[in-house]
Design a protein around this ligand. Structure first.
Ligand code: NAD
Ligand code: LMR
Length: 336
């Protein structure tokens, strides 16, 4: 007997990331070559035509794993029976908008979507938030879904993780596949802390290799603080300035890797994901913060007990302070 198809809802499906995401989900890149999928696409009325166009193209691909595609502008329809939800659609910052305006606009999206998930999603629903500000949008969705356990909500920092892996590999002239144990801590923003203190490259400690490459530990630290961390943390802005719009294919790829690892397991490999803190590493309970994680195929588990030196601690604290400020701004709006 074939397994029943998995219902996957993608919001903002008519946008750039949606277009880079849907075809790979339907081809089996996210859940494996043996799991059929039913796609539910959520858009706002202005985005429906674009989503409809993608649905026509999905049909033309004749993907054997794709059972059906439905499109709706109503979250209660699009999330009905959803087992996996990718919250991609968000309100972008536009000229003259203050941070509080951006948070308020997104609260108006992620609050009702969280409430709809609470009402109509499948019991085992897992929700990945991609739309920015991703961590706080995930917090809002989770707070609006009191019957869904908080650990089912995550936000995407896998793109930052993959960027850090690529930059470290390039600096050491090593294949990306040899890099392990990188961590993104904190917010998906310029305050994030990409950390290689516990990373290895071909089994050797990255700090040791960087000291060799740059001629000493101090020079390696100067490279980390002056080049590596800003490069990774500001890569999103770099892509926007070069490409004219934000990363799409790489973001979709990271979202697929995030869900695949969450659903199928990491086989002991550490990666990074923003999850609802229960107090790990002193991060206040309830904040959606990026940590080192592994997965056994039944959700992400934070890897506890990694050491953070004073420099790392200060960077994590700065990013957590930003998350606290975002949470407090949303609280002031009365959203959570
Ligand atoms: P886009 O503007 O191309 O597409 C967004 C789509 O969302 C649009 O089609 C829009 O109609 C739709 N939408 C808006 N509000 C909606 C709602 N309430 N319900 C359903 N759909 C809605 O943008 P994009 O390039 O696809 O990026 C989407 C989001 O992902 C942005 O917020 C972007 O900043 C973010 N992003 C996050 C990461 C990350 O690593 N976390 C990386 C890249 C981009
Ligand atoms: C990215 O990291 O590429 C995006 O989050 C940037 C953005 O602001 O959309």
């Amino acid at each position: 007997m074939t397994a029943p198809a998995t219902t996957v809802t993608v919001t903002g499906a008519g946008g750039q990331i949606g277009y880079a995401l849907l075809f790979r989900i339907a081809a089996g890149a996210m859940l494996g070559a043996d799991r059929a999928v039913r796609l539910r696409l959520l858009e706002i009325p202005q985005g429906l035509k674009s989503a409809e166009g993608a649905a026509l193209e999905l049909q033309d691909c004749a993907f054997p794993l794709l059972q059906d595609v439905e499109i709706s502008a109503d979250p209660r329809v699009a999330f009905d029976g959803a087992e996996i939800a990718l919250l991609v659609g968000a309100r972008p910052r536009t000229a003259g908008m203050e941070r509080a305006d951006l948070l308020a606009a997104n609260a108006g999206i992620f609050g009702p979507q969280g409430a709809a998930l609470n009402e109509v999603a499948a019991a085992g629903i897992r929700v990945l938030t991609v739309g920015n500000p991703a961590n706080t949008n995930a917090l809002i969705a989770s707070a609006s879904a009191p019957d869904i356990p908080a650990d089912r909500f995550t936000a995407l920092t896998r793109l930052d993780h993959d960027r850090a892996v690529a930059q470290l590999a390039a600096a050491l002239d090593a294949p990306v596949g040899e890099v392990a144990g990188v961590t993104i801590w904190g917010n998906h923003s310029a305050t994030q802390f990409p950390d290689v203190a516990h990373a290895t490259v071909a089994g050797r400690p990255a700090p040791e290799l960087l000291a060799e490459r740059f001629g000493g530990g101090d020079a390696a630290t100067a490279w980390l603080d002056g080049e590596f961390i800003p490069r990774v943390a500001q890569r999103g802005a770099e892509i926007i300035s070069v490409r004219g719009s934000s990363s799409a294919a790489s973001a979709a790829n990271a979202a697929i890797s995030h869900v695949r690892d969450e659903q199928l397991g990491t086989d002991g490999r550490r990666t990074s994901a923003a999850v609802v803190s229960t107090g790990w590493y002193g991060v206040p309970e309830g904040l959606v913060c990026s940590f080192p994680v592994t997965s056994d195929g039944d959700g992400y588990r934070v890897v506890d007990g990694l050491s953070l030196d004073a420099r790392g601690r200060a960077r994590l604290d700065a990013s957590v302070a930003e998350l606290v400020a975002e949470r407090d701004a949303v609280r002031e709006l009365g959203v959570i």
